[in-house]
Write a new protein. Structure first.
Length: 173
């Protein structure tokens, strides 16, 4: 009985206290620990407002955002988790109100058939080339996101439909 108490009240809390996962408050940008500890330590905090992280982790966060938005198609989760409340939005169909952006995209993305063809992250900019499968022809979407540290703070996009009288014989994809 004493041993059980010892383990429960002394050993376990101590293990939590000293394990890097729970005790580390390292600045995410300055050290080079093992990948797991590094990610764990940085992800203790919320992504927005942004805090400094190295580019590798920024790229991972951006990839997770794309997966939530276009894979999982959970628009509110994607924006509330990864996008700044004061995001600068350049899409002319949107306003500067993040909730309004979420409301509009929630009427589109969950019902759209979209495939991410490629994505990349470099120098604070994330790119996604997206195929929007529509009838009769798929449309091409290019998304550009700027991050400040862990948080997406600005967005541009362009979308292209194949015109009926296109002079280019090759497919858009
Ligand atoms: C989106 O994610 C939130 C938070 O994880 C969850 O509560 C909600 O049910 C999800 N919505 C959909 C439509 O999956
Ligand atoms: C999405 O579009 C692709 C290509 O047109 C098609 O193969 C796939 O079945 C579609 N998926 C859904 C869920 O409609």
């Amino acid at each position: 009985m004493h041993l059980v108490r010892f383990v429960l009240f002394i050993v376990l809390p101590l293990a939590f206290a000293v394990s890097p996962q729970y005790s580390v408050h390292l600045p995410c940008s300055t050290t080079d620990p093992t990948e797991e500890n590094y990610v764990e330590a940085c992800l203790q905090k919320k992504y927005c407002p942004g805090h400094e992280v190295d580019e590798r982790l920024q790229g991972k966060i951006f990839a997770d955002f794309l997966e939530t938005l276009y894979g999982e198609k959970n628009v509110s989760k994607a924006f509330e988790t990864y996008v700044d409340l004061n995001v600068i939005e350049h899409d002319p169909d949107d306003t500067q109100d993040r909730d309004a952006i979420v409301a509009r995209l929630s009427q589109i993305i969950p019902f759209a058939n979209m495939t991410i063809l490629s994505s990349n992250f470099n120098n604070n900019i994330g790119l996604a080339h997206v195929k929007v499968n529509e009838d009769p022809e798929p449309a091409a979407l290019a998304d550009i996101y700027r991050m400040e540290g862990t948080c997406i703070v600005e967005h541009w996009d362009v979308i292209q439909f194949r015109p009926a009288n296109s002079i280019n014989p090759i497919a858009m994809f």
